[in-house]
Design a protein around this ligand. Structure first.
Ligand SMILES: Cc1cc2nc3c(=O)[nH]c(=O)nc-3n(C[C@H](O)[C@H](O)[C@H](O)COP(=O)(O)OP(=O)(O)OC[C@H]3O[C@@H](n4cnc5c(N)ncnc54)[C@H](O)[C@@H]3O)c2cc1C
Length: 394
């Protein structure tokens, strides 16, 4: 039974409750149970509350939850956040209005067409903002509470059981919900190793920068007036951020002498998809439902769009449409990642592509427009051909 969203102010305090207090407060049944309270789980909770469902979110961690991330939200991600009723406060986030690709000797940059700027902010700040918004809408939270199993009837939390009409698996790339529901089938991609760290330095640019090295890429995004988030991704399992930076002299020169203000965090990244993302009353969202490589900067934006689509399907009581909508939403970032990663580890092609982008800024502009969804996917083919012709004739 779908009810109008109601405010439950007490839930904002629930994160500070003791385990025994939480046990007493735990409802025995809910409309929607979200496993995982990262960006995808919180977005799913918000979208479901907007549709009037009672929602419980459980996460094994204590908020605010941090994670290895480039921390950039593209303009299309901000549009999806706005649909969830969230506008990031200007003091909390730092704008970037352009993307720049750099190698040792070449650079190409373009602004986001039509769709304004992106925003970058610390993962912990974004988590707090999403959590507070979900709490204001009346979401029930169970932090430091791992889900230990699911059945058609509901969700198991150790000795406790909560009946749920819908179960949403938002438990990240290694999703146990996906495995429990028998949805792990899908091609096994070659994943990459990624690390991030924050440096105290005055931002030198209003771009999101991608530095291309022979075997790795470095991403730099200012997250505040005095902090830059740097992420590095490669196929080399032994390569850590500081050593990887040595292969990116342009970026390491910017960071020389800067104080590090966070510990290095690592994660796997890559394009990964699954044959199905729903079964019975279980649906997957965010990284649990498939990932796009970190190079796209699109993982969270994708999750926000999926949340809106999923809540619509829950509203109609029918998950089958979610599969096709999910596939459609994933298509663009998926292909953009594949396109960009053709340059990974191919120095000659990298140099040639950057030469074309530098010489023909309009090609790079269209590439960026495509990336943020300001051009239809059919343009990938046309612009791919233009780029190919440019590579042959540059
Ligand atoms: C290096 C790097 C850079 C990136 N840069 C960007 C970027 O700039 N912009 C962008 O949009 N995206 C970026 N991404 C992608 C983005 O980080 C992910 O897409 C995003 O974190 C996915 O969110 P999620 O909620 O699906 O998963 P997660 O953030 O992994 O959250 C899953 C949650 O589930 C919880 N959980 C797991 N199992 C259980 C259980 N059994 N019970 C309860 N809770 C459980 C975990 O504690 C966790 O909090 C980047 C990724 C990497 C690796």
């Amino acid at each position: 039974m779908v009810k109008a969203p109601k405010k439950k102010q007490e839930h904002i305090h629930e994160q500070r409750m003791t385990a025994s207090e939480m046990t007493l407060a735990l409802p025995s049944a809910t409309d929607v149970f979200v496993v995982g309270g990262g960006p995808a789980g919180l977005a799913a909770a918000i979208a479901a509350r907007q549709r009037g469902f009672d929602v419980i979110v459980a996460d094994g961690m204590q908020p605010p939850i941090d994670k290895a991330c480039g921390e950039g939200l593209m303009p299309d991600a901000l549009e999806a956040l706005a649909q969830l009723g969230i506008r990031l406060p200007s003091g909390e986030a730092h704008p970037f209005c352009r993307i720049r690709f750099l190698s040792s000797s070449l650079a190409a940059d373009a602004e986001f067409p039509f769709r304004g700027c992106g925003l970058a902010l610390r993962r912990t700040s974004l988590h707090r903002i999403l959590m507070e918004h979900a709490a204001r809408l009346g979401t029930t939270f169970l932090w430091r509470t791992a889900v230990t199993g699911i059945s058609q009837e509901g969700v198991r939390l150790g000795q406790r059981f909560v009946r749920a009409r819908w179960i949403i698996g938002a438990d990240g790339a290694n999703s146990r919900v996906r495995r429990w529901a028998g949805m792990n089938a899908g091609p096994r991609p070659r994943l990459r190793y990624a690390f991030r760290r924050h440096y105290r330095v005055t931002p030198w640019t209003d771009h999101m920068e991608v530095y291309w090295g022979a075997h790795c890429q470095g991403y730099a995004t200012a997250v505040s007036a005095d902090q830059v988030c740097v992420a590095l991704a490669s196929h080399d399992s032994a390569l850590r951020l500081e050593t990887g930076l040595e292969a990116l002299p342009g970026l390491s020169a910017r960071l020389r002498g800067a104080e590090t203000v966070s510990t290095e965090r690592g994660a796997l990244t890559g394009n990964r998809r699954f044959a199905r993302i729903w079964r019975g009353n279980v649906a997957l969202i965010g990284d649990a439902s498939g990932t796009v490589d970190a190079i796209t900067g699109e993982g969270m934006g994708l999750a926000f769009r999926q949340a809106v689509a999923l809540a619509k399907c829950l509203h109609w009581g029918e998950l089958s449409n979610y599969q096709s909508e999910h596939r459609r939403l994933m298509l663009r970032p998926w292909w953009m990642a594949r396109l960009m990663l053709t340059l990974d580890g191919r120095s000659a092609l990298q140099q040639r592509t950057l030469q074309v982008f530098q010489k023909h800024p309009e090609v790079f502009r269209r590439f960026v427009a495509l990336h943020v969804g300001a051009l239809p996917p059919t343009r990938v083919v046309r612009d791919g051909l233009t780029l190919g012709w440019g590579l042959l004739t540059a």
